[in-house]
Design a binder for this molecule. Structure first.
Ligand SMILES: *[C@@H]1O[C@H](CO)[C@@H](O)[C@H](O)[C@H]1NC(C)=O
Length: 247
């Protein structure tokens, strides 16, 4: 009892002066209304009822929208090999970057990549997709690259679908968080986040990155509706169907 009763009492102490002020203001600005006396209580209870309704709505909305989305978990390794799958296309024209390892880098350096994704950390393990996009050394002083990439999945239940990932990669941090900003096919409307770690650096040019994707997609996405009407959204035919629908 103690805690709740204390909370209620605090609520009363806060509310009563406010409603007294309102009653006094009403009495001063208008002589028509019986704001003093009985009016004091009339003001007070509707306020509490409104607060209760608002609390209920705020609690109900996240639960309802969560129920209409389904979770998607992906885990893979990305092989970023400088000069091979990751090619620098813009050399920043500013001064040398003060903190970016291994040196010789400039603000604005831009790299385009088409990196292999594998199931395990080894390049010999099963290929599961490609990460195609770019990253820009976008920190003036911080060792930060900003990544924009589309992951094409080529294996498993999401074969043929893509996930679009964007965000800030603070390269010296143990774990970086980037955003899942969209997707296509089975992953249309995806949103969520990616935990991004450097798993290994091989021969100074081959970065093995570990990506953990935590996303959700709408449970009623068009891809699922296509599936229900017997078209396969993830094979070539399904993709053509999807494109025709969008045009
Ligand atoms: C993925 O989809 C493509 C295109 O439909 C197909 O050729 C390929 O065999 C599929 N891969 C796997 C591993 O299912």
């Amino acid at each position: 009892m103690g805690k709740n009763a204390r909370k209620r009492n605090l609520g009363l102490k806060k509310s009563i002066p406010a409603s007294r002020d309102r009653a006094r203001d009403a009495a001063m600005s208008s002589s028509c209304c019986n704001a003093k006396g009985n009016g004091k209580h009339h003001h007070y209870y509707p306020f509490l009822a409104a607060a209760a309704v608002i609390t209920f709505i705020l609690a109900a909305v996240p639960a309802a929208s969560a129920a209409r989305r389904r979770p998607v978990r992906l885990h893979f390794y990305m092989h970023d090999i400088a000069g091979e799958t990751a090619v620098q296309v813009v050399k920043g024209s500013g001064p040398l970057h003060p903190s970016m390892p291994p040196g010789g880098r400039h603000f604005g350096d831009t790299t385009v990549m088409d990196d292999l994704l594998t199931e395990g950390p080894s390049m010999e393990s099963k290929a599961v997709g490609r990460a195609q996009g770019s990253y820009v050394l976008a920190g003036l002083v911080d060792p930060v690259v900003v990544v924009t990439m589309t992951v094409k999945i080529t294996d498993g239940p999401y074969n043929g679908s893509t996930v679009v990932i964007a965000g800030r990669d603070d390269v010296l941090a143990e774990v970086r968080e980037l955003a899942v900003v969209g997707g296509t096919g089975q992953l249309r409307g995806a949103s969520g986040h990616v935990l991004w770690r450097t798993a290994e650096v091989l021969g100074a040019v081959h970065y093995v990155l570990e990506l953990d994707v935590y996303a959700t997609v709408p449970a009623t996405s068009s891809a699922l509706r296509l599936h229900a009407t017997n078209a396969t959204p993830i094979d070539a035919g399904g993709n053509k169907e999807t494109m025709r629908n969008n045009i």
